[in-house]
Design a protein around this ligand. Structure first.
Ligand code: ATP
Ligand code: MG
Length: 282
């Protein structure tokens, strides 16, 4: 939207869960307020259990807040919709369907394909299979693909549905380091890094990897636990398009260090380490 309305708005959002048997209450996130603008790439980092997935699920409309408001384009988010594509760590592909059938699933069985002829659907599927670099593997099944290829399929499927918002929960978390670096760059290209800012999609991307967050994001939201809340928001003032050389930029290193300093004690506690994390040596 061009009138200044944020693409996504979380206003004083809290979410608690109540265990059905014991009645025990967990405050997953508390008083989260954040505006995300059209075309922004926002990464969310923070220790395990700080409520990152909870926030993403609320934005996806897969869950409802206990209190507070969530909006897209100024309208309340009341449930899931094809305007918001969701991608998780674990591929979530249908193992009995080929690459093209996985990518085209929403087009053939859901509202995104409404009004399209079978040929237009096919063309759309082919376009996105090509965009994620899977041309030649259209007829393969998920078990015949590497982890990186499977996540490419998941990404193509998400894009084929035509969302303007991409919601991604550790989508590269299960991949080996090299594939991960390649897909980070691919993701920026697909998001629209080389296109004018007005043509970019809006992306919310959760990761545990601080370098990944700084490499991808316009802003990095750092969350903390007990209860999950926003601790700080960092603006990543690094030029786009970004390539591997950006990782050597002094500002890149400073941002990674500042974010790590903010979350390291909590991260150590979350994995059962000492309450005080060792200081970094740099
Ligand atoms: N459906 C649920 N029922 C009960 N508690 C839940 C539920 N979902 C999340 N929680 C709790 O809410 C808190 C936040 O969980 P969430 O999954 O959002 O954290 P996270 O930051 O995504 O963690 P991770 O980095 O490990 O994925 C945790 O204490 C978790 O146990
Ligand atoms: Mg999570």
């Amino acid at each position: 939207m061009s009138d200044g309305t944020p693409k996504l708005r979380l206003h004083d959002v809290s979410k608690h869960f109540v265990a059905p048997r014991t009645g025990a209450r967990t405050v997953a996130v508390a008083n989260v307020t954040l505006d995300i603008h059209s075309g922004e790439f926002v990464c969310v980092v923070g220790p395990s259990g700080c409520g990152k997935s909870t926030v993403l699920n609320l934005l996806a409309g897969l869950d409802t807040p206990s209190t507070g408001r969530l909006e897209k384009d100024g309208r309340p988010i009341t449930g899931p919709g094809p305007d918001r594509g969701v991608m998780f760590q674990d591929y979530a592909l249908m193992p009995w369907q080929s690459v093209v059938d996985n990518v085209g699933f929403g087009l053939h069985h859901g509202s995104p394909g409404r009004g399209l002829s079978p040929q237009q659907r096919e063309e759309r599927v082919r376009h996105f299979v090509d965009l994620v670099g899977l041309t030649g593997s259209e007829k393969k099944y998920p078990h015949q693909l590497s982890g990186g290829m499977r996540q490419r399929v998941a990404l193509a499927r998400l894009l084929a549905n035509g969302p303007d918002v991409l919601l991604m929960d550790e989508p590269l978390g299960a991949l080996d380091a090299q594939t991960r670096l390649i897909l980070q760059s691919e993701l920026l290209r697909i998001w629209g890094e080389t296109a004018p800012a007005s043509e970019r999609k809006t992306a919310v991307f959760i990761t545990h990897d601080i370098e990944e967050a700084v490499f991808l994001a316009d802003r990095v939201v750092v969350m903390s636990t007990h209860p999950g809340r926003i601790r700080e928001v960092f603006t990543v003032d690094l030029p786009r398009p970004r390539d591997e050389s950006v990782r050597g930029d002094l500002r890149f290193g400073h941002l990674v260090e500042a974010i790590w300093r903010l979350i390291r004690d909590e991260a150590f506690r979350a994995i059962g380490g000492s309450a005080q994390a060792p200081a970094t040596t740099s």
